[in-house]
Unconditional design. Structure first.
Length: 346
């Protein structure tokens, strides 16, 4: 019997050597096989990563929508308690119960101002849209159907928690999937309905904002100066309160800025001047400060020193004011002075 490690087993005949192209073809075939396996593995890895990314996006969108819905529920709880308390006598024993309910809701929400219903509708729509995109990349029909059904269930469940969310311009969308309609088609129907509802809400709000701006003396003056091109194109405005401070988001020392460029292109809406931020505090508005950036000798705006990696804040100087204003706020005053002297006491 021939030994396994014999010279015959380790040698290659001339014919074999020539047949394999001096050994090159054999190596090429092996290399091609390895490359094919690597490409297949790489493709599968990329597909797995892409799937994981989509699942993560969907999960985050769902959490964002649920948080906005919870904020709406808490805001409605506060509003309902206020309405009940308005009808109860001062010595009514039930008052304590409703005051406690309202306080618990306030603590959870962090404010007693209304939460954005439109924002919640848009976030539910975004979740549904991402689920739609995810379905396009699922090849298995059984998995496609299961994911679509779950997405429809989640979307309908979230809409159930938002009053009038199934209401359309002329009719109501069925609250559950009609018989014979596929889950994927129902998901698209829900998303389109939510998009349309959000558009209608935006239109209504913008109309209300325009009416508000036209009737409030300070906001009206801002619009009139914009239309007459009296506001600097690189300008920024902040709104002053009768309480002696600039208006800012709750818990923040940074003012509600009104960028002239955005006001010109987007109007008074949230995408423009953002006048919706002042709807709950109209009676407190006493004036507006108009500012421009401070530029260096090279024409670049100077930045306010801040934390590394934070969004840059540019130095500004007052160029004009509208309405009633503290004597110390006048043209030439540095914005940093206003930040330090007139910050809100949250």
């Amino acid at each position: 019997m021939q030994s396994f490690n014999s010279s015959h087993n380790l040698s290659t005949t001339k014919d074999e050597f020539v047949a394999t192209g001096s050994g090159v073809a054999f190596g090429a075939r092996r290399l091609k096989s390895v490359n094919d396996r690597w490409a297949s593995t790489s493709s599968m890895t990329a597909l797995t990563l892409d799937t994981a990314r989509r699942v993560k996006e969907v999960s985050e969108a769902k959490q964002d929508a649920l948080l906005a819905i919870e904020e709406n529920e808490l805001a409605r709880e506060i509003h309902a308690c206020k309405k009940i308390l308005e009808t109860l006598p001062a010595d009514a024993p039930e008052r304590e119960q409703h005051l406690k309910r309202m306080e618990i809701a306030r603590l959870k929400l962090g404010t007693d101002k209304p939460a954005s219903y439109t924002k919640a509708i848009k976030l539910v729509s975004r979740y549904a849209s991402l689920e739609e995109q995810r379905l396009k990349h699922i090849g298995s029909s059984s998995e496609h159907h299961a994911v679509a059904q779950m997405a429809v269930c989640q979307t309908e469940s979230m809409m159930d928690r938002l009053p009038h969310s199934f209401k359309g311009k002329t009719n109501f969308l069925p609250e559950r999937t009609p018989e014979g309609m596929s889950a994927a088609r129902r998901l698209t129907e829900l998303r389109r309905h939510l998009d349309e509802r959000a558009r209608m809400l935006d239109e209504t709000r913008n109309q209300n904002l325009h009416s508000m701006a036209e009737t409030h003396p300070i906001l009206k003056a801002i619009i009139e100066r914009l239309e007459s091109e009296e506001l600097p194109s690189d300008g920024t405005l902040i709104i002053m309160s009768k309480k002696g401070h600039y208006m800012a988001p709750r818990g923040s020392m940074s003012p509600h800025f009104i960028e002239v460029s955005r006001l010109r292109t987007g109007g008074v809406s949230a995408d423009g001047g953002g006048f919706n931020r002042f709807m709950q505090d109209l009676e407190d508005i006493c004036g507006a400060v108009i500012m421009r950036p401070i530029y260096d000798e090279h024409g670049k705006p100077l930045e306010v020193p801040g934390k590394p990696g934070s969004k840059p804040v540019y130095r500004k100087t007052v160029v004009d004011t509208i309405g009633e204003m503290p004597e110390s706020i006048k043209p030439g005053v540095d914005f940093l002075f206003i930040l330090r002297r007139f910050k809100p006491n949250h």
